[in-house]
Design a protein. Structure first.
Length: 288
């Protein structure tokens, strides 16, 4: 059972032994939402299923209309809607899930978190992504994914903590909450804002860009190094108080996963993130 990271060699062994396993390709581009599917068709790990961020891992539209579990630019679908999608692609509760992308874990962490939120512990991120798989000579395919028979994925108690905007606002400025923002430093400081209507950050938040978790080869840094870096960021703050966010609850996940690898988890996710926070009149905004 793999619940955080899985190496290329470990995934190859699983597939060679015909273990019950499904691999998901979560490649995506915010500026071009259809680019991910084109990348998948061009090349993907043999047998993988494509998970589209907008269509499978988000509930677009107003929360009151869609029944989404969060707000923001990429609102979480309800657990029931997510379970229905998993069933439609043939994923069931006996399987090990492996998720990857080719954008440095920018998108696949979303599915890792959502599966555990749905109560499925057996899900891991492929360390190094598609690039590591290709470098090791892993089996590849082109074109559309192979169609699989529908399954009946059953929800179980959530294994991840989801913080609503109201929760974050209520705890703002208290020792019981430590916010970590995964966006780039210029966006955090409010110098630029290419995606959301207001520039800046939630007052009191700390900034750790999600790419800080990776070594030059694209794999996660060693646990000891991650622990030292997060400990330096947090100072005297209790790691259990951490709530992660970013622009829309997607690129925050590498920070959350890194804390888990470092032995500092579990921690919570504010899925609506900055895009939801800055759209609510009256919510305070900090810059600099």
């Amino acid at each position: 059972m793999y619940t955080t990271l899985i190496s290329v060699a470990e995934l190859q062994a699983l597939l060679a032994n015909d273990a019950p396993c499904m691999v998901f390709d979560c490649s995506f581009e915010l500026a071009n939402p259809e680019a991910g599917a084109a990348m998948f068709a061009e090349v993907h790990i043999a047998g993988a299923i494509y998970a589209h961020l907008d269509q499978a891992l988000s509930a677009k539209g107003e929360r009151s209309v869609t029944g989404a579990a969060s707000g923001g630019r990429h609102p979480l679908p309800s657990r029931e809607a997510f379970a229905a999608w998993l069933s439609s692609v043939g994923f069931d509760n006996t399987m090990q899930a492996v998720v990857y992308d080719r954008q440095g874990v920018n998108y696949c962490g979303r599915l890792w978190w959502m599966l555990q939120w749905a109560g499925h512990a057996n899900v891991a991120v492929l360390d190094g992504g598609l690039q590591a798989w290709q470098a090791a000579g892993g089996a590849l395919e082109h074109g559309a994914a192979t169609q699989r028979s529908p399954s009946n994925f059953a929800l179980a108690p959530a294994q991840r903590a989801l913080a609503a905007m109201e929760d974050v606002a209520k705890q703002l400025g208290r020792e019981s909450q430590t916010l970590i923002d995964a966006r780039s430093a210029p966006r955090f400081r409010g110098e630029v804002e290419p995606l959301d209507p207001v520039a800046g950050h939630i007052p009191g938040a700390l900034n750790r860009v999600f790419t800080s978790n990776f070594a030059p080869d694209g794999r996660f840094k060693q646990a000891e190094q991650l622990r030292a870096e997060f400990s330096a960021l947090l100072g005297s703050r209790d790691p259990s108080t951490v709530v992660h966010h970013c622009g829309s609850g997607v690129s925050a996940i590498p920070n959350l996963l890194a804390m888990e690898i470092a032995g500092l988890g579990p921690t919570a996710l504010f899925a609506g993130s900055w895009s939801e926070w800055c759209s609510e009149p009256g919510n305070p905004v900090a810059q600099g």
